[in-house]
Design a protein around this ligand. Structure first.
Ligand code: FAD
Ligand code: AMP
Length: 482
């Protein structure tokens, strides 16, 4: 036995590392064990988010967006740039450097907060003990009063339909590391990851087809917003085929041949590369859940109660491995709140105000209920929206597509949800999250002055539109009885 800790967290992604830091800030002796190995063989903290998810995908979205704008938008501003050349290796290397800077930052934070961080694998032994195996196979055992599972998730592999081969058929991580731009790119799944990766590669020149089994596009987003999103992305030549269920993918010498069913008809199409982006599954392989008495649900997620307690005494779980919204900020909040609860504080996560963002262009962002969800839940609602075309700053930016829509309670005036598509709505969303967190009424926002000219004026105008007060756009307030 090497050492005793107050808390041990297995997994150093957005669930695990903030837990360890907050626990240490609260005076607990904390250990974080993480076994992430990058494609270049290096180890790093930060999990999927920093190494293969949020951060590298946003780095490539930014680069590909600049490439696209230099080619298609600069001219409108009177800027001639001649031929715009792509250095893909440099772009991918920059993306990797951005990830490494972020994950290196976690190690600095561990140092600063006196968290012990170890690279290697953690395994539950039961009785408050964790077995640690380093990357050379050397084992040790640590014990702690509280043990936290934050082992995250892994991409779903369609083993029977389109299994990953890491070459032609890849997961989202592989799709962040292509060494050349695929001429013809196929993507299975038009979820958040599918449309973001589709945007990256189509901007860089891939003829991109996304096959989505569901008949509707982004069904979790308000229908007015998802309709506009589909229109905008289709205009950018992303070929999104809905109601298209992939049946098989056969890897040939130079291509991958995909069969899918749409409108009761079998169809086929070939691609140079195929990205499978059909969701993520909880990751608990080799963790020892059975030995420790940690129960999983029928889909493999770790079962927890409202205080993140698993079925085993002294063992907790946070983040993707517990299900719910598979988002980094949700994992972070859970980790922080759990540390505070273990220290006797009364903090909790507000699951009604979880922000969601899709980093396409225009961006899509939402919090709270859509009109469809609010109606289904029996609310008597009123809605209002405002387009970015009526916003001076958006015009100056050549970024007029999109709008913001409010969904409010007609009886209490409370804001139930805000759904948006448009420039930098990822940033504008924070105001809506705060509104929900503070239980704001639509009037609270109507009475709040917004700077001019800013994109946030569209947020204000949309709130005004709910009651027919919008100044700069047509008022089409809508009241709907459930
Ligand atoms: P993870 O980040 O998966 O971390 C788990 C860690 O545990 C990993 O490092 C793993 O190696 C380690 N581990 C597993 N088992 C063991 C073990 N036995 N011993 C030691 N270590 C172990 N979310 C957003 O909010 N915004 C985004 O923009 C966004 N973009 C994304 C883009 C892509 C392409 C992908 C794939 C995901 C994206 N996500 C995004 C989702 C986000 O990455 C996850 O929700 C988040 O990483 C979950 O955090 P976690 O700590 O629960 O798990
Ligand atoms: P998400 O879970 O948000 O990453 O989205 C994954 C998407 O993949 C969902 O919208 C699924 O409907 C879709 N999907 C899953 N299996 C298939 C399949 N065989 N063919 C086409 N789309 C699929």
């Amino acid at each position: 036995m090497s050492d005793n800790f107050d808390v041990i967290v297995i997994g150093g992604g957005p669930g695990g590392y903030p837990f360890a830091i907050r626990a240490a800030q609260l005076g607990m002796k904390a250990l974080c064990i993480d076994n992430w190995v990058n494609h270049d063989g290096t180890y790093s903290f930060g999990g999927t988010c920093l190494n293969a998810g949020c951060i590298p995908s946003k780095a490539l979205l930014e680069s590909s967006e600049l490439f696209h704008r230099a080619q298609h938008e600069f001219d409108v501003h009177g800027i001639g740039v001649g031929t715009v050349a792509l250095d893909l290796k440099k772009m991918i290397d920059r993306k990797t450097a951005v990830s490494k800077a972020n994950s290196g930052g976690v190690q600095m934070l561990f140092k600063g907060n006196k968290v012990t961080g170890l690279f290697g694998t953690g395994k539950l032994l039961g009785g408050g003990k964790v077995e640690y195996t380093d990357h050379d196979g050397k084992k040790d055992t640590y014990s702690a009063k509280h043990i936290v599972i934050a082992t995250g998730s892994a991409p779903v592999n369609l083993t029977k339909i389109a299994p990953f081969d890491g070459e032609r058929v890849v997961d989202s991580w592989g799709a962040l590391e292509f060494t050349e731009v695929p001429k013809k790119l196929g993507i299975i799944g038009a979820g958040v990851i599918g449309v973001e990766l589709g945007s990256v590669w189509s901007r860089l020149g891939s003829e991109t087809v996304i096959l989505e089994a569901l008949p509707s596009f982004l069904p979790m987003v308000d229908a007015a917003i998802s309709k506009e999103a589909l229109r905008q992305l289709t205009k950018q030549k992303l070929d999104i085929r809905l109601g298209a269920k992939v049946l098989s993918a056969k890897i040939g010498k130079n291509e991958v041949a995909v069969e899918y069913e749409q409108d009761g008809e079998k169809k086929s199409i070939s691609f140079d590369k195929l990205i499978v982006a059909v969701g993520r599954r909880p990751y608990t392989e080799g963790l020892g859940c059975e030995v420790a008495g940690v129960k999983l649900d029928e889909r493999g997620f770790v079962k927890i109660d409202a205080h993140y307690k698993t079925s085993a005494e002294g063992i907790y779980a946070v983040g993707d491995v517990t299900g719910g919204a598979m988002l980094a900020h949700k994992a972070i909040e859970e980790g922080v709140v759990l540390a505070e609860q273990l220290a006797g504080e009364k903090s909790e996560v507000n699951y009604k105000a979880v922000p969601s963002v899709i980093y396409t262009n225009p961006e899509i962002a939402w919090v709270g209920l859509s009109e469809e969800q609010a109606t289904k839940e029996g609310f008597e609602i009123k809605t209002g929206s405002s387009p970015f075309a009526a916003n001076g700053r958006a015009r100056a930016m050549e970024a007029t597509p999109g709008m913001i829509k409010f969904i409010s309670d007609a009886k209490t005036d409370r804001v139930l949800g805000v759904h948006m598509i448009g420039p930098y709505v990822s940033e504008l969303l924070a105001e809506a999250v705060l509104a929900l967190e503070f239980g704001a009424t639509t009037e609270d926002i109507q009475l709040t002055m917004h700077g001019h000219p800013t994109l946030s004026e569209t947020f204000h105008e949309a709130a005004l539109a709910v009651d027919g007060h919008a100044i700069h756009s047509a008022n089409k307030p809508k009241k709907a009885k459930a």
